[in-house]
Each structure stands twice: as C-alpha cells, then as structure tokens.
Design a protein around this ligand. Structure first.
Ligand code: PLP
Length: 397
C-alpha cells in the first residue's frame, strides 16, 4: 500500500519531503538493473575501491567475533580503537589528539551527520565550496541550516580561493566544509593554500571548520595530504576531522569512520549517537583497530594502483577533444567539464547509459551541471572501455 495523504498534508514530515535520495546510488542501481537485463554495461560510477579488505583486518575481526565481541559496547566506540585513532591523528596527521576527542561512527557519513546535528541550527549557514560531495547539503538541511555554496570551476582548477571564502562569510556562517582530497574533483589543498585559508579563518572566530579527510591516503605523486589543524594549530579548537577506513583500507561495507575535535562537541555527538544508533558493530571495530594501528603496506599498495589508474583516466580524457579537465590530484575520480557538447549533465549521463552503456554520474549531483564524474576505482580494462565508449558517444553528437 502506498503512503496516504490527508487533504494536502502528507504523512511525511517537511524534512523528509525535502530529502534527495543519493543520485550516485540511483545511477549505480540503474546500471545494475540494465546489466541484469543482459545489456553490456561499463560502469565508471563507483565510489568505492574495487579491492578486497586486507586479510589481516578480516582476521582481526573474525578473531574478535570468535572471542565473543558481539555485545553492546560504549556508544562512542571501543576504548582501544579510540586510543588508536587518537594516536594515528597525533602521529600520522600531526594533530595532537586525546581519546576523549574521538568518536567512532558508522562511516564518515555518520561523523558528518552527527557533527552537523550538534553544531548547526536554523538560522545558521553551512559554507560549502562547490563542486561538493552530494551528501553535505542534505545533511545541513536536515539540521535546519541553510547552505551557501562557494563556486569554483574547472578553468580555475576547482580551488577554494581565500578571497572567495572571505566574501562568502556572513554573521550566519557557522561551519565551513573542506574536503581534501576532494570528491568529485580530486583537488588536494596544498600547505600554502591551507595557510592562506587559515589566515581568513583567524579573522572570523565564530566559524567552525570540518575537514573531510576520508581520501587522505589517495594522493597523486607530487602532492601531499595536510590536515588544517596541523598547519594552523592555533585553530585546532574549532577544526573537526572526519576520517574513516572505507577508502584507504577498502572497507566500505564495514562502516567505520571517526569524528575528532574539541572534547565538548565530541561528547555531544556521542550523546546523539547513544540516543540514535548506539555503538558501531563491535567486532567490526576490532578489524578497524588492526587497520588503524597496523602497518600501511596494503594501503600504500592500493594507493599506488589508484595513482596508475587515475593517470590513465586523466590522460584518456585529455585526449578527447572538447573536454576540459583539471587533472585530479587525489581520490579516485575525474570531473571533466563537458559543457562544450551542449547537453546538461543529467541528459548526457542518461544518454551515455542508454546509447553506449556507460554509467557515470552527472555533475549536477555535485553542484556543477557542466561536468560529469568518472571513477577510476575499476580495472584498467574497464577504464579503457569506458573512455572508448565516452569518446564514441561524444564524436557522434
Ligand atoms: C567526500 C566523502 N566524505 C565522506 C564519505 C563517507 O564515507 P563512509 O563510507 O565512511 O561513510 C564519502 C563516501 O563516498 C565521501 O566521498
């Protein structure tokens, strides 16, 4: 039975009515359905590594399961994992962190959701450099806040300029999102850029910052990941870090992320979690403990593969006339501007899927209708196949 309405008012709340289901998941589902019908589909739409989780991590979780780690645990996370994440942030990211400043969450997604819920309220504004990962606006709106985007284009390298940030800040601005390496553009903020942004932030002490560092390990040669809180330690009190195991350790289904920052906010986010989802799956946390506290060999091996594929995807795209590409510096996406072909990104992506069986994600989902997002989290042969289909389609337009 469908959802009924009484008069003009729906049973759904205004909040739920305003929600957009994730377009990336919708595209992936449609590509899968077409494949199931027997169509020859090439998908470059994935937002997850195509590698298996390293064996030592699976073994640690299996051991914890066998040892009876199957019960409720502390809502904020297993103490050993909190300790390990605090040590990781302190040593690997240069951000001195105590255990009380960390919350283990159901993926980076819940870390962001919890943070938005505990710091944003109606009247507040989220400052969002655009293009952006598609979940931020809906999460902000669920917290009652307005979203102010700070646009950038492929032509200017999708970089957040300090003057653009300064111009966007208003008395209502409460939280700025910095996502580096970025999904979808692959832009990595360098140390100089972070220092310049920090100088702006010092002039606006009411503004909090969340650094979404979920792709921290996936950085192209010649680039490096830096945490804002390490570059500008004087701002650390108002900087939050979101991270997780999904992308670097190929653990998307494990649902392990973290939020780190000032203890008072972490305590509020933990209280929210205790009243909503409780702790993250206990034995999965022991797999994450092995990952976070273990050697980085497998992380670096997978990152090297992504470097190779990212370059291949970038070079292939640059060889297609009429595309404008800011070479991705990290993560596993490319975000070319295809506007010279005269189609909006949704029509282009629908036609790519229908006419040449290529699944990619329309830029409109990320706030830029001129672009499409292609993923290189796929075998090289699939990347080559996708590039060939894209070129064939664009040439025939
Ligand atoms: C920029 C960004 N942040 C956060 C996430 C959430 O990751 P998780 O799977 O850990 O929830 C994603 C996942 O695609 C992402 O691309």
């Amino acid at each position: 039975m469908g959802i009924t309405t009484t008069g003009s008012s729906s049973v759904l709340s205004a909040r739920a009515t305003a929600l957009q289901p994730s377009l990336t998941l919708a595209i992936a589902a449609r590509a899968k359905a077409l494949k199931a019908e027997g169509r020859d589909i090439c998908s470059l739409s994935a937002g997850e590594p195509d590698f298996d989780t390293p064996a030592f991590i699976c073994e640690a979780a299996a051991k914890a399961l066998a040892a009876g780690q199957t019960r409720y645990g502390p809502a904020a996370g297993e103490p050993a994992l909190l300790e390990a994440i605090a040590a990781k942030l302190s040593q690997e990211n240069g951000v001195p962190t105590q255990r009380e400043q960390v919350l283990v969450t159901n993926g980076g997604k819940q870390a962001l959701f919890n943070l938005f819920q505990v710091v944003l309220e109606p009247g507040d504004e989220l400052l969002l450099p655009s293009p952006y990962w598609l979940s931020y606006p809906d999460m902000a709106e669920l917290a009652g806040a307005a979203v102010r985007t700070i646009p950038s284009s492929a032509a200017e390298g999708f970089r957040l300029r300090p003057e653009a940030l300064e111009a966007a800040i208003s008395p209502a601005s409460k939280l700025l999102v910095l996502n580096s390496p970025s999904n979808p553009t692959g832009t990595v903020l360098n140390r100089g850029e972070l220092e310049a942004l920090a100088a702006v932030l010092r002039r606006h002490p009411q503004l909090l910052v969340v650094c979404d560092e979920i792709y921290e390990f996936l950085v192209a040669p010649g680039h490096a990941h830096h945490s804002l809180a390490a570059v500008a330690p004087d701002l650390a009190e108002r900087v939050f870090i979101v991270g997780g195991c999904a992308k670097g350790w190929a653990m998307t289904g494990w649902r392990i992320g973290w939020l780190a920052g000032s203890a008072a906010v972490i305590q509020a986010a933990a209280a929210l979690q205790s009243q909503s989802t409780s702790n993250v799956c206990t034995f999965a946390q022991y797999g994450a403990l092995a990952a976070v506290s273990g050697p980085r060999d497998s992380v670096h091996a997978m990152a090297a593969q992504f470097n190779h594929r990212r370059r291949r995807l970038g070079e292939g795209l640059l060889a297609i006339p009429g595309l404008q590409l800011q070479q991705p510096e990290g993560a596993f996406y490319a975000f070319p501007d295809v506007s010279s072909y005269g189609l909006d990104s949704m029509s282009l992506c629908n036609r790519l899927l229908d006419e040449v069986g290529l699944a990619v994600v329309p830029g409109i989902a990320f706030g830029d209708d001129r672009c499409i997002r292609l993923s290189c989290a796929a075998a090289e042969a699939t990347i080559d196949d996708g590039l060939e289909r894209l070129q064939r389609f664009l040439e025939a337009l």
